[in-house]
Structure formats: structure tokens, C-alpha cells
Design a protein around this ligand. Structure first.
Ligand code: MLT
Length: 412
């Protein structure tokens, strides 16, 4: 008899963003005339930078000729891209990362979700609350989470991120094996300082733990003193894996290209206590289950590092930053407490009311879609997340609608 992985039965009924998409469809069906502005999922709305488009076209033309056609590429990615990343994103910032330590992939969602697969089934896991749901759900699927009660799984160590701690998690009181951190944070938009991040690296070294560091929103950091990579912190090479993406940087959400950094010094242990190189294990997993990102997409990503590419990417990020500033201004005018929007495209707003009820009111009264905070964890139950990924016109219209519907939206 074929049997299922019963851990899947422990998941919440559907993935957060699919759930929201269904709610929007239902609302649109019932209100076909409503013009909805979506500030929910963080999906790029600006076109690819022209430098990337030109490189993409050139690579497609190469694929059209026998002499320049490429079949399977290296599973880890082409050296032309890995070399550029190592130099521009790490070495130039004093982070000692080599091209061999970079694995090109089709997205950080997949990589942050898949990485736990090479780790033991019975390790302890610490997650921020609120959190990007992929980290939690994939540990539930792997059987590490236990049973759910009142929205929380028994075996997960939740690290509350609240106004009291500036939405930066505190070190767990006891040892944990696997720690997920994300900065600039999704969903709160909060950022961590080098001193705070160094405490996490020290904690991981003392406890022989591993940090999975999601830096997908790094391009939004606007203060040079803040860490863009965990490898700017001494000792991080031994205890941290970092995830980066071209999705939010250069609008690759539909084009798909990201990378994961697994330093060769990063170790994990078997049941006898012997150490193993995570780079070798991830390489084994990656080359078995993944066949590489397409050649034209990697050429398009490479163009991000050209001088025109850099300028164009900066302009895109500045565009979304302007949107984030407009949202912050509207929230200031209306007296909402919020965090984020400075080093991040996300603004995390305290609605002082149930987040799903606020989601419904915002949709009905203003025709604006947000992401309800409860979808990211119990600490988000009174918060919503607004995303700055949209046109200036739509952001302006959405803020005006929220201002107009203000009385009907607020529950305080
Ligand atoms: C989000 O809105 O949190 C992100 O777009 C989701 C993702 O990157 O998968």
C-alpha cells in the first residue's frame, strides 16, 4: 500500500501567498468592477534592466546557432557568473568568499526550503516569529516541527520579534542546532547591526550550530555601516550559509536566478561527532537534483555587474525606495506604528486589530491588498505587511484610498 508522508498533514491548509491569491480571486469574482491595488506579495513590477535584456537577447541568439549553442551547463552555475558574484558581492566588501563556494540556482525560495534536507531529522530548529513561511513549512514537511497547538509547533524554538526588541530576535537561552535569520527582514523590514549579527555568529560557533542567513533583500540596505553579508562578520565562514537573489535586486521574480553561498569551512557533524564539510554535501545534493539555470538567464544575471547594469539596478531599487517612503509618510500621517521601509521594500504595520480582519476591511473598503501578519506567525497577529513593489501611481492611489477609508479601517 502506497503511504503518504504524514508530516504534510501537519501543515497549515495552504501556502500563505496561494491562500491570499484565492481570496483575491473570490473577491474579484464577486466584485468584477472593483479595481484592486496589490501590495501583498513582494513581486517585482519594474521591467528587467536594459543591460540584462540585451545580454539575455545575445545569449538567446547564441543558442540559435550550432556553433555557439550550449546544452547542459555546470549544475553549480557558469564561472562567468560565479566569478563576478564572488568579486563584486563579497571580496570587494572584505568578505572572503570564492567562486567555488557559490551555487547558482533558480531561486532563494527553493534554496532556503531545500537546504535543511542535508541536515539530520532530529536537530533543534530556531525560527523568528514572524517568519517567511518557507523556512517553517519545509521543516514541518521534514518531520522536525512536531504537532501544532494554537498556531505553534511543539518542537520549534520560536524567537519573538516585537517592538520591544526592535524586531531583531534575541539569542535562545539554550543551545539550538539550526538558526534561520533574514536581514533585511521579510516580513518586518527590520535590519540588524554588525554588532548584533556578530553575537549570532559567536553563539553558533559556541554551540556548533548552523545559521541559514537569507539576504535576498540586501540591495535595499541604504546605510554603508550595516552588514550586506554575514561573511562581513569574523568567523561566519565556519557557521553560516547565505542566500541571495536577483529577484528583488534586478526584477528576476519571473526570470528566476539566485545563489547560495556555502563556504568550505562550514561544518556539520554526524552522530559520532565527526565533522563533515557542508559544501561537499550540498554539492552532492545540488548536482543530483538540479540541472542548472539556463544559459541566457545566467548571462542576463551577469549583466547586473556591468557598469550600466549596476546603474540601472540602483535606479530600480531607488524607485521602490521612493514607494516605501510614500507608504511610511502615509502611515505617519494616519498615526500607525510601523517598522521597515528604510532598508527594505516592506513596511510592517501595527493595526492593533486582528490581521485577517484588517486584510478583509482593507480589501472591501479601500480595494487594497496587504499581507496579514498572522500568516507569518503568531507575533504577526495584529500586524499587516505592505509591499513597495508597484508603480508610483498605484502606491499614491492606494495611500489616498487608505487615507479616505481610514475611519472604517481602524479598530482603535
Ligand atoms: C514575499 O512576498 O514574501 C516574497 O515575494 C515571497 C517570495 O519571495 O517567495
Amino acid at each position: 500500500m502506497i503511504r503518504i508522508n504524514e508530516n504534510f498533514l501537519k501543515l497549515q491548509s495552504s501556502y500563505l501567498f496561494s491562500n491570499i491569491a484565492n481570496k483575491i480571486s473570490q473577491y474579484q469574482e464577486a466584485n468584477p468592477e472593483a479595481e484592486i491595488i496589490k501590495l501583498g506579495i513582494g513581486d517585482a513590477t519594474r521591467a528587467l534592466p536594459p543591460a540584462c535584456v540585451a545580454a539575455f537577447h545575445r545569449a538567446v541568439d547564441e543558442m540559435a546557432e550550432d556553433g555557439t549553442f550550449r546544452g547542459y551547463g555546470p549544475e553549480q552555475g557558469y564561472r562567468f557568473l560565479r566569478d563576478k558574484i564572488a568579486e563584486a558581492d563579497f571580496q570587494q566588501r572584505g568578505a572572503d568568499i570564492s567562486a567555488e563556494e557559490i551555487f547558482i540556482s533558480d531561486g532563494s525560495k527553493c534554496d532556503t526550503g531545500n537546504f535543511q534536507e542535508i541536515l539530520a531529522g532530529d536537530i533543534s530548529v530556531a525560527l523568528p516569529d514572524p517568519v517567511y513561511p518557507v523556512y517553517l513549512d519545509t521543516n514541518v514537511m521534514a518531520g522536525r516541527a512536531g504537532d501544532i497547538k494554537n498556531g505553534r509547533y511543539d518542537n520549534i524554538h520560536y524567537m519573538a520579534c516585537t517592538p520591544e526588541n526592535g524586531f531583531v530576535p534575541e539569542l535562545p537561552p539554550e543551545s539550538v542546532d539550526l538558526i534561520y535569520l533574514c536581514f533585511p527582514n521579510n516580513p518586518t523590514g527590520a535590519m540588524i547591526s554588525k554588532t548584533e549579527l556578530a553575537r549570532w555568529v559567536d553563539f553558533a560557533r559556541q554551540n556548533k550550530a548552523l545559521i541559514l542567513y537569507d539576504a535576498a533583500y540586501e540591495a535595499f540596505i541604504s546605510d554603508e555601516g550595516l552588514p550586506r553579508s554575514i561573511y562581513e562578520i569574523e568567523g561566519a565562514r565556519e557557521v553560516a550559509v547565505e542566500f541571495r537573489s536577483f529577484s528583488k535586486t534586478a526584477g528576476f521574480t519571473g526570470t528566476r536566478c539566485a545563489f547560495t553561498v556555502v563556504p568550505k569551512d562550514c561544518m556539520a557533524y554526524d552522530s559520532s561527532g565527526a565533522s563533515h564539510c557542508l559544501h561537499a554535501l550540498w554539492n552532492r545534493r545540488h548536482s543530483t537534483k538540479f540541472n542548472g539555470v539556463s544559459y541566457p538567464v545566467q548571462r542576463a544575471a551577469e549583466a547586473v555587474y556591468s557598469s550600466e547594469g549596476r546603474q540601472q539596478v540602483r535606479a530600480i531599487i531607488d524607485f521602490y525606495r521612493k514607494n516605501a517612503a510614500r507608504i511610511r509618510q502615509a502611515m505617519d500621517d494616519l498615526g500607525y506604528e510601523y517598522v521597515g521601509g528604510t532598508h527594505s521594500p516592506y513596511i510592517w504595520i501595527n493595526t492593533k486589530s486582528d490581521s485577517w480582519e484588517f486584510f478583509d476591511r482593507l480589501l472591501e473598503k479601500a480595494g487594497v491588498v496587504c499581507t496579514p501578519g498572522l500568516g507569518f506567525g503568531t507575533c504577526g497577529k495584529n500586524f499587516i505587511r505592505l509591499s513597495a513593489f508597484n508603480s508610483h501611481e498605484n502606491i499614491e492611489a492606494a495611500m489616498k484610498r487608505i487615507q479616505k477609508a481610514h475611519g472604517a479601517l481602524r479598530a482603535f
